[in-house]
Design a protein around this ligand. Structure first.
Ligand SMILES: [Zn+2]
Ligand SMILES: [Zn+2]
Length: 358
């Protein structure tokens, strides 16, 4: 099929298009047609991710771009040779898939693979209809079992990122951890740790007391405000050693320094969040040399983590739905953005535009 036939010009549906800076606007676009190996899905829900927030607040979203990548949709059209799905299937789709054969993939760094960077969703997730490219269709799309809600399934991508973070920390099943930040990714760390390391003890650190209350309800062994309270909590929990692993879900140099102070000798600080662009860190290098501390970056989730998380969610061992604080149609995207930016929301899910739902 040549590009002339790529678009179904008679049919349009709504997308939330970036306008430069923080601005977005809902606008109609032609609905793409799936080519061989591709899927067209009708949106059921899409998660608003910290990466979307970062791109909008840091002027990284170019005009016309459609963000969003955590989607659950219903299959409405199939390209040739797609045998594993049928129309009407409810599917969850990640937007990246590694090549599986390059030097980076073969050394366990699939999320660094050049091919992994390709966005496999057209135009993006904040859209009533989303085209799924063939590699994502073949490798990474999962049919959602009956009994698993859209709101649970939509966490496959973010929870895979979190599982990679936990795996990279080498946290033991009965280890100790501190999570810095009680937003949706901090709380998701708590849930993933409790699902995969059931005997681990976890301190969640956040300045907002309502988030600490929710963290305690979700299984945190202790909660604390940042600063001396956090240090006292981790010290008390570990007989003075400090925790095995610290997860920074906030980002930035001050958080890294705080994380190093909470970690034990030989422990790890995992950096899970964006720092402000270009920020440099300043800490005592001997914390690393003399005390064998490790600072570990973690980025996105690989296919193996997506598989593992999908199994955890499908089995009910991981239920992230308490993290959904708001559900609203794509029409209200600007409201959702401002709630996320001002830390008044945990996970926001967008549903199809009002026009598509009516
Ligand atoms: Zn995401
Ligand atoms: Zn690769």
């Amino acid at each position: 099929m040549n590009s002339r036939h790529r678009w179904n010009l008679t049919a349009t549906s709504n997308v939330v298009a970036c306008q430069g800076g923080e601005d977005t606007m809902m606008e109609p676009r032609p609905i793409p047609k799936p080519e061989a190996g591709e899927l067209l899905v009708k949106l059921r829900c899409v998660g608003f991710c910290g990466t979307d927030l970062f791109k909008l607040t840091n002027n990284l979203a170019k005009p016309g771009m459609v963000l969003g990548h955590e989607i659950v949709g219903e299959v409405v059209a199939l390209g040739k040779n797609v045998k594993q799905f049928v129309k009407g299937d409810r599917v969850v789709v990640p937007h990246h898939a590694p090549c599986g054969s390059c030097h980076l993939c073969l050394n366990g760094n699939e999320t660094m693979c050049e091919t992994f960077r390709d966005n496999l969703m057209e135009p993006g997730g904040f859209a009533d209809h989303v085209l799924i490219r063939n590699r994502a269709t073949a490798l990474a799309t999962h049919k959602v079992p009956n009994g698993v809600s859209d709101a649970a399934a939509v966490f496959m991508e973010p929870a895979a990122c979190v599982l990679r973070s936990v795996n990279r920390s080498n946290l033991r099943p009965d280890g100790t951890a501190a999570i810095m930040g009680g937003g949706s990714m901090g709380l998701l760390h708590l849930l993933v740790i409790k699902a995969t390391c059931p005997d681990a003890r976890v301190v969640l650190i956040d300045p907002i007391s309502s988030r600490c209350v929710l963290a305690a309800e979700l299984g945190a062994d202790k909660t604390a405000a940042p600063g001396p309270n956090a240090l006292a909590a981790t010290t008390a929990m570990t007989d003075g050693y400090g925790v095995d692993a610290v997860f920074d879900t906030v980002g930035g140099a001050r958080l890294l320094e705080a994380g190093l102070a909470l970690s034990r000798k030989g422990g790890a600080v995992v950096l899970f969040a964006h720092a402000p662009n270009g920020q440099r860190a300043d800490f005592d290098l001997n914390d690393l040399f003399r005390f064998e501390r490790r600072i570990i970056g973690t980025y996105s989730g690989a296919l193996s983590e997506q598989e593992a998380v999908f199994t955890l969610i499908a089995s009910g061992r991981l239920n992230p739905t308490p993290l959904v604080s708001h559900t609203m149609p794509l029409d209200d995207f600007a409201l959702g953005y401002s709630l996320a930016k001002s830390c008044q929301a945990l996970k926001i899910l967008f549903t199809p535009s009002r026009a598509a739902s009516s």
